[in-house]
Write a protein that binds this ligand. Sequence first.
Ligand code: PMV
Length: 326
Amino acid sequence: MRATATAGSNIALVKYWGVVDKALRLPANGSISLTLDAATTTTAVHFDPALHADAFILDGRETSGEILARVSAHLDRMRALAGTDIFANVESSNTFPTSAGIASSASGFAALTAAGAAALGLNLSRRELSALARLGSGSACRSMIGGWAEWLPGTRHEDSYAVQIAPPEHWDVRDLVAVVSQERKAISSAQGHTLARSSPLFAGRLRQVESTLPVVRKAILARDFHVLGALAEADALSMHSIMLTSRPPLVYWRPATLELIHAVQTWRAEGAPCYFTIDAGPNVHVLALPETAEEIQTRLKAMSCVSRVIACGPGPCPVVRPGAPA
Ligand code: PMV
């Protein structure tokens, strides 16, 4: 009744922004991401008949309210599959600061799904685990997959899950996360997904994503950094155009975000291969190749607006261990 799992966050190169079914978290479009090795969540789950309620401890702190309710709702899904009503104690820790612009909900719900399913002895396929993780947080379905992953949007719960495009060792691309702010975002991505459709540009974005997905898939398989980087950058700007034109508008950028965008474009014009992508927050992810990653990291750290850089590479699918954490 106990298991521990470690899962990596992921950075989307073609983003998920907008839902068609809020409760089932069925996305308006497919998305592609890289699972990360150095930004992970480790979660221990213990289903204990002596408990009278679920408990969730995050980075050493007991949680309550909305956060606990979201974890409890996910445990309910797994309890329903196992036919049990035993409460659980969940202890989770991140190797990166929560709200650092790295999707802690992706690694968090992937780790919770992997550990919870193992603790209950659920015999689920990778596809079923990915779909289940999606119900906790959409992007978590991609963190159930190692390396380069694609979320197939589907139209029902069963057919909305992520698959692997290529394993982590296929291609070493680095994601240098330039942290400029650790403030919690005012509008969650869950709220943003329902606002997306209010943008007059949304239909155009969906058409654009449709034509981008196969090209990005091919660029990954061919290890074509320039095609991948250019499309990832364009897609991030396209997603932020939706955010900026939603009603009400979502402006996640800060002055430092723009400073980093310009820096990356300048370095690239000067010959350093690097591209940016930005999620639902002000921090900037800089994509780089291993040969030049260190040099780019040094340049990022030298910028006064950058408080820290988290350097990530391709990571594996969740690793599960029976029992309590070591
Ligand atoms: O899974 P959510 O609801 O946190 O949404 C993730 C949204 C983005 O990070 C902005 C894009 C993505 O595809 O990861």
